[in-house]
Design a protein around this ligand. Structure first.
Ligand code: C5P
Length: 253
């Protein structure tokens, strides 16, 4: 069988050419990185969990009319996605102060914010994904004012959906990151949610105990990352069912 063409390899995912023009295959790796890849680990099973969880969130978003790149899951680690032109921004939505915001402003982690805050970082590993004001984004031509208005609206819809889904399983959505892509249809451009939505890119705290169920477990050495993600998947009812090696193929008439 011919080897398929690798389009891009990131820290946690690899993109391959898809079966049809305008599609890609997104492969979820077990690699985990933190602090801009200063810390690296391989967490067995993480890719399988994130593939399922991203499928679950993106499918749900699709059902409420939020466009995403997700087409279908192909197998344990891969999903078919729409090829988009990624806007080079990390779009971060915060409901509670944590992480870099808490550090920058000297706030206690977990402080509820008066309203969700949407902020943008420039996607550049070498620079450590610096926070950028809207003014820079527009002046440097990464996105227009109209794009930014649409991105904020999209991000807030994702926030409402994700907060509600998480609330239903006793988890507080502290903050999360999405990436947004441009999908072109002739002259028409549509902005859609791309990349992934998983505990790698969210902060998720148990509502009762405050236990962290996200990548901070790895970043801060708080325990077993796969156990934390498994707990999120278990609560959402999206644990993979066929993790055992497949048996012999059976002929079906
Ligand atoms: O580190 P910081 O507090 O800015 O992160 C905010 C949110 O964005 C967190 O949920 C974090 O997991 C996510 N994030 C991400 N990828 C990055 C930076 C942040 O998914 N490169």
């Amino acid at each position: 069988m011919a080897r398929r063409k690798k389009i891009y390899e990131g820290k946690a995912k690899t993109l391959y050419e898809g079966p049809e023009p305008g599609t890609l295959v997104q492969y979820f790796k077990d690699d985990a990185t933190a602090n801009n890849a200063e810390k690296h680990g391989v967490i067995e099973g993480k890719g399988v969990l994130n593939n399922r969880l991203s499928e679950f969130f993106m499918t749900g978003l699709g059902h409420i009319g939020v466009p995403t790149h997700f087409i279908k899951r192909l197998n344990m680690r891969e999903q078919l996605i729409r090829a988009v032109e990624i806007i080079p921004l990390e779009v971060i939505v915060r409901n509670y102060a944590a992480g870099s915001m808490a550090k920058r402003l000297g706030m206690e982690e977990g402080t509820m914010l008066p309203r969700p805050i949407v902020e943008f970082s420039y996607k550049d590993d070498a620079l450590g994904d610096p926070l950028v004001p809207e003014e820079y984004i527009i002046a440097l031509g990464w996105a227009s004012q109209q794009d930014l208005d649409d991105i904020v609206a999209l991000a807030l819809r994702v926030n409402d959906f994700m907060s509600g889904v998480m609330y239903g399983v006793g988890i507080k959505l502290i903050d999360f990151k999405i990436e947004v892509g441009r999908q072109f249809d002739g002259d028409f451009q549509r902005l859609i949610v791309a990349d992934e939505i998983s505990p790698d890119s969210c902060r998720l705290w148990d509502m009762e105990t405050g236990q962290k169920l996200d990548k901070d477990v790895f970043r801060r050495d708080l325990g077993n990352l796969a156990d934390a993600y498994t707990e999120v998947a278990r609560r959402l009812g999206v644990l993979p069912t066929n993790t055992a090696p497949m048996g012999k193929p059976t002929l079906i008439n």
